[in-house]
Design a binder for this molecule. Structure first.
Ligand code: FMN
Length: 201
């Protein structure tokens, strides 16, 4: 089949997000202007540059995480380990502004070192970020939609020692949770290695 998103796919559910998959889940913690904690998962999330180290997440509308990150200039992107999948999902609840999803999901906070938002204490890793840009992306006609993209520079990286194996971050042990399409998720349950070819070889 072939379809143009502007005309519809004719399938029971939109396949696009199942094709651009798996997407890592950035579990974004922020502090609002008034000081309340906020935590929510974002699968429109990734690293966009190594030098400088930049990550982004995209909010479909002005949700609490993007609003707080834009207003305060800080967020933490926590890694969702396999054991935290259910609690991560719980934090996607549409809680009223001011309600901490840490409390709602029964999660402990741990202080960050370089930014004010706390990290998820049990997360295998967490990236402490300062906002560099907030972008409202345009379509071909130059119209902005609902999306708000928050880009942040990684200022500090927390790694739980438990997930360092011979000095390497162990994604299989952590089981990095990612989002597929529909209501599907995956974890890292195995890896294989490939070295990039070099012309001189
Ligand atoms: C795995 C997962 C991934 C999600 N990814 C996104 C996303 O990329 N963008 C978005 O706007 N909402 C996403 N959501 C929904 C938000 O988490 C949800 O709307 C949440 O209530 C937003 O919280 P906030 O207002 O505290 O930021 C996702 C939900 C789940 C469960």
């Amino acid at each position: 089949m072939f379809y143009e998103p502007s005309s519809g796919h004719g399938l029971p559910h939109d396949p696009l997000k199942a094709i651009v998959a798996p997407r890592p889940v950035g579990w974004i913690s922020t502090i609002s202007r008034t000081g309340s904690y906020n935590l929510a998962p974002y699968s429109f999330f990734n690293m966009l540059s190594g030098v400088p180290p930049l990550v982004w997440f995209s909010s479909e509308g002005p949700k609490d995480s993007a609003t707080a990150a834009e207003e305060t200039g800080e967020f933490v992107a926590n890694l969702v380990g396999r054991d935290l999948a259910q609690k991560m999902n719980a934090t996607s609840v549409d809680a009223p502004r001011g309600v901490s999803e840490f409390d709602y999901a029964g999660l402990e906070t741990a202080p960050s070192r370089l930014v004010r938002p706390p990290r998820v204490a049990d997360a295998p890793a967490a990236l402490e970020c300062k906002v560099t840009e907030v972008i409202r992306p345009r379509d071909l006609e130059g119209k902005t939609g609902r999306s708000i993209v928050v880009i942040g520079q990684v200022m500090g990286v927390y790694i739980s020692d438990e997930y360092l194996t011979d000095g390497l971050f162990d994604a299989v042990k952590a089981g990095n949770v990612s989002r597929l399409g529909y209501f599907d998720f995956s974890t890292v349950d195995g890896v294989f290695e490939m070295r990039r070819p070099r012309w001189e070889d």
